[in-house]
Design a protein around this ligand. Sequence first.
Ligand SMILES: Cc1cc2nc3c(=O)[nH]c(=O)nc-3n(C[C@H](O)[C@H](O)[C@H](O)COP(=O)(O)OP(=O)(O)OC[C@H]3O[C@@H](n4cnc5c(N)ncnc54)[C@H](O)[C@@H]3O)c2cc1C
Length: 456
Amino acid sequence: MKKTSDTKKVFIIGGGLSGVLVAVYLAGQNNGAEIVLVEKVPEKLGRGVAYQQDFINQPLNVVAGSMSLYEDVPDDFVKWLKANSFRYSNLISEINPSSFVPRKIFGDYVTETLKEAHRTYPGKFQIIIDEAVCISKKAEGHSVLMASGIEHYADHVVLALGNFPPGDIAAVTEEIRQGGSYFSNSWTDEIYRDLTGDEEILLIGSGLTAIDVVLGLHVRNFRGRVTMVSRRGKLPLPHFFSDESFVWTLPYRLPPLDLLKAVRQTIKSHPGLHWSLIVDALRAYVPEIWSFWNLSEKKIFLKRLRPFWEISRHRIPAESLALLTRLQQADKLRMVRGEVLELKRSHAGFEAIYRNGSARENAFFDKIINCTGPESNYRKIKFPIIDHLILDYKVVPDPLNLGIVCDADGKITNEDGHPIDGLWCIGPMRKAVLWETTALREIRSQARRLAKDIGS
Ligand SMILES: Cc1cc2nc3c(=O)[nH]c(=O)nc-3n(C[C@H](O)[C@H](O)[C@H](O)COP(=O)(O)OP(=O)(O)OC[C@H]3O[C@@H](n4cnc5c(N)ncnc54)[C@H](O)[C@@H]3O)c2cc1C
């Protein structure tokens, strides 16, 4: 479809939270731009991977009071929940800003906000269910070819491709992959199919994704046992609520280990203050700290500090942790600090050989679920659109394999370091340049800025 007029056309690829926010913010500017939002999986429109219909028992990791789609209307989600309280009375007993509500409900809120914006701007805002498979630069602008064969042209293309399915660890061979009891991606109800409820399950990873699986098993009255293997063998820490806050006034442009020392000293010198308030105070400076570090400092962070940052920054509701603790006490959940070295098929399922601390152990499992989190190495992502970005636009994956090379505002650059006119990315795709870029708080402000940059 050629551009029909001089009107600015914006094509947003990916209908998860990031893509929806850009579309809604752009539509809200009502500046005449034509907006097209494309999502390849109909059920993921407005939901992406995190807020799918299935996630009734998995709570948001952030309280309702901090999940508004609009920075300037912080209570929008809570107000929406209150207006819809009867509809969710089977899922939430009480609505208040400090509730952790099921992620499906947040997905409903995003989806309905999108529908409302779509209704309000007829003719200027199109939603398409199709997969963008190829993107290339032509005289008419950026050409986006869909799996259906239709070609669109746009002045601006926003890539909101989000969280890619997790990559397999090295121990997962083709034989394991094909065996039927190994799940490479845990973000689907498929993982519960065929369970009898008494299995031995191995989860690779112990972060938020692994916890989602345990919660999903628990509500199904799972009686078997789960073993989580991860490098540090640690669960995320719980949220802590306080009316107090902390403002970081010390220098923060420090090498990683010096910054860690500064955080530890600050916690020590404020004995009355919960440590999490001090960690949270640093969050606003993370992009600056990340861009201040050179490549070897970033490597030090990733190797030595990342697991500690992840568990202290990406926290869980205290109720979730209490459940995990109870399961550990009842020997229904086992934490292993180490890594899976080898997986073999056995008569009943799998034999896993893993490192547990300094020991080498083995155990037998019926199912294995990969909970390592989204793949961010673009060389390993087998999506046609990614291949074209690398081949046709000469976009480069960053040296640490965290995302693609772009600037802090999401302008994608080519291999020579030049920004590609009209090609943008948002959300998890900006990880290489911002580090913290996956939560609503960051995505919301990126979308607002992007809509302003594109719309002006
Ligand atoms: C399990 C999980 C739980 C989370 N919980 C929270 C939370 O409680 N609070 C919080 O703030 N953050 C949470 N997050 C962080 C999360 O990353 C963001 O909140 C947000 O969901 C990211 O949205 P996104 O649109 O960038 O990515 P995604 O949700 O991954 O959406 C990307 C969409 O793009 C589509 N797509 C991809 N390629 C194409 C293509 N070529 N053509 C068309 N469509 C395409 C995909 O189908 C998908 O729907 C969670 C993340 C995960 C994985």
